[in-house]
Design a protein around this ligand. Structure first.
Ligand SMILES: Nc1nc2c(ncn2[C@@H]2O[C@H](COP(=O)(O)OP(=O)(O)OP(=O)(O)O)[C@@H](O)[C@H]2O)c(=O)[nH]1
Ligand SMILES: [Zn+2]
Length: 383
């Protein structure tokens, strides 16, 4: 797998990588940052015209709803000579693009699926160019690989780069960090095995004195809200209310998870915000970029709780997906507490979309009259 991790760094730099499987070699290039020069270079090196590979979410946004099993994970379309890099980029991520040529789209190859998995793991727009290597080019390709100019990985390994790494999280370092609102607090940093993401467990209070069902908050990173107090979301207030609430409940754990933008990364979240400013809601904007409504999973949260010896929790969340993830993982959720920020003019539409489209349990702040009350978490009130 180490080669795959190296390849992901190349992809983030806008470089092509080589995927190998039984049917031959394929060159992969991210759509993000591709220019006409790279497009021509890719075609020359592979000795064949590339295909554009998009996710099923993106195909749906383009107007394709396949009624057979094509397009389940995505689709590929051959690139004709009329297409330049600008038209490809528009097709991959513009909200104004439409594509009428239903028949042109074909099922993904193994290398295409691997390419999309790598783009997601690299937190880029999930779209790629893939070009089969013509046998006439093999010698040149082998030379590039040998010289270290091109990284070669197996398509099967690359496709697995997004799979769960259950049990492999490393406990790296820890320190006491007193917080405003929670006197005795310990930060423990965990690192995913590929080194790409780090998560922090914030232990509030004295573990020996915690309630037998430990209060736990799973908080997904939101740079704009957590750090800068963005009014577009409620994350910053939820983070601070989370710490205060856990303290008020006698201590527990806040997991600060590297899942910026519901797992799509900050670059894509900003792209999605720009589209929301043009009228899309939070879920449709992600779909235009090729993502599902929520790209997060919680395996690492489960791993951390197990490492901390926690099996029974009180979960602070409004998100049914987090409850389901904990229940399925064998962590017993004794009860759930709602956790809120303030309803503002700027976040009302976002919170409404979360409630109506993703089933978030926000009735307490979004009642039918959408009252403007500031609702702050109170353990007693939410039982
Ligand atoms: N893609 C995308 N992500 C967003 C947007 N607004 C906020 N986020 C992200 O959504 C996530 C919010 O996560 P959480 O605080 O765990 O909240 P939640 O999923 O609503 O669940 P609870 O707060 O537990 O009820 C963070 O990763 C934010 O960066 C948006 O408009 N688009
Ligand atoms: Zn936020």
């Amino acid at each position: 797998m180490r080669q795959v991790e190296r390849a992901i760094f190349d992809i983030r730099r806008g470089l092509p990588v080589l995927l190998r499987d039984d049917s031959g070699d394929t060159l992969v290039h991210p759509i993000e940052g591709v220019g006409d020069e790279q497009l021509q270079q890719l075609t020359r090196t592979a000795g064949s015209a590339p295909a554009l590979v998009l996710t099923a979410h993106r195909l749906a946004a383009l107007g394709h709803h396949f009624d057979d099993d094509r397009g389940q994970r995505g689709g590929r379309v051959a690139i004709d000579h009329l297409k330049n890099s600008d038209t490809l980029t528009l097709l991959a991520a513009s909200r104004h693009a439409r594509d009428a040529d239903h028949e042109a789209w074909q099922s993904l190859t193994m290398a295409d699926e691997a390419a999309l998995a790598m783009m997601r793991r690299a937190l880029l727009i999930p779209a790629a160019l893939t070009a089969r290597v013509d046998p006439a080019q093999h010698e040149r390709i082998e030379q590039l690989v040998t010289e270290g100019e091109l990284l070669a990985v197996t398509a099967a390994n690359a496709r697995a780069c997004q799979d769960s790494t259950a049990g492999l999280l490393g406990r790296i370092s820890e320190a006491e960090i007193p917080l405003a609102g929670a006197g005795h607090t310990r930060f423990i940093l965990f690192r995913e095995p590929d080194g790409l993401r780090e998560h922090v467990a914030v232990l509030i209070g004295e573990p020996e004195q915690w309630h037998e069902a430990v209060p736990v908050r799973l908080h997904s990173a939101c740079l704009t809200g957590d750090l800068f107090g963005s009014l577009r979301c409620d994350c910053g207030e939820q983070l601070r209310n989370g710490v205060a609430s856990i303290q008020a409940m006698g201590g527990g754990v806040l997991l600060y998870l590297a899942q910026e933008g519901r797992g799509i990364g900050l670059a894509n979240k900003l792209r999605a915000y720009a589209m929301q400013d043009e009228g899309l809601d939070t879920i449709d904007a992600d779909q235009v970029l090729g993502f599902g409504e929520d790209e997060r999973h919680y395996t690492m949260a489960l791993d951390i709780l197990i490492e901390l010896g926690i099996r029974r929790i009180q979960l602070l969340t409004n998100n049914p997906a987090k409850l389901a993830a904990m229940n399925q993982s064998g962590i017993e959720v004794a009860n759930r507490h709602g956790i809120y920020g303030s309803l503002t003019d700027q976040n009302r539409r976002y919170l409404n979309a979360k409630a109506s489209r993703a089933g978030h349990l926000l009735d307490d702040i979004l009642d039918e009259h959408e009252r403007d009350a500031t609702t702050v978490f109170s353990p007693a009130a939410s039982k």
